[in-house]
Design a protein. Structure first.
Length: 145
């Protein structure tokens, strides 16, 4: 199942391990009833798709797994997810999407666009931010903090 995601700026915060059930992992087959912590423009549509932004410019959306995940002594994890980026206008899009790990669901001052809802102009690139993210760019950014 593909998850339709709209732009201008989006961010997905779902962590998934290879385990199908149990306290070490989870699998979503659609997001209806997933009990995600949503913020910004993020919504779960009636057909179970996660939409992180709408057609408004300069907005962001977050979707967090509702409980902390413990990594313990392991130095690695695996994840698999499928997403679709569907811009309203094919030649225009936002900056991208990020799969991120964060110690908190509260990201005060986070900004859309090149910051992908993770950072802002003062904490972008700051080692004390404690966020690990894999960014999927949809536009080329020559100057990025």
């Amino acid at each position: 199942m593909f998850t339709q995601i709209s732009f201008p700026t989006i961010l997905i915060w779902l962590v998934s391990t290879a385990v199908a059930a149990g306290e070490d992992g989870f699998i979503f087959h659609g997001f209806s009833g997933a009990n995600l912590t949503l913020s910004g423009q993020a919504v779960v549509t009636p057909n179970g798709l996660l939409r992180l932004t709408n057609d408004t410019k300069e907005v962001l959306g977050h979707a967090f797994f509702p409980a902390p995940l413990r990594f313990g002594d392991n130095n690695s994890f695996s994840t698999t997810f499928i997403f679709a980026i569907v811009p309203e206008y094919p030649n225009l899009s936002g900056h991208g999407i990020a799969f991120a790990l964060s110690p908190t669901v509260d990201l005060p001052g986070s900004m859309p666009s090149q910051h992908l809802g993770l950072f802002n102009t003062t904490d972008n690139g700051n080692a004390s931010s404690h966020v690990v993210a894999v960014e999927f760019d949809t536009v080329r950014q020559l100057a990025s903090g």
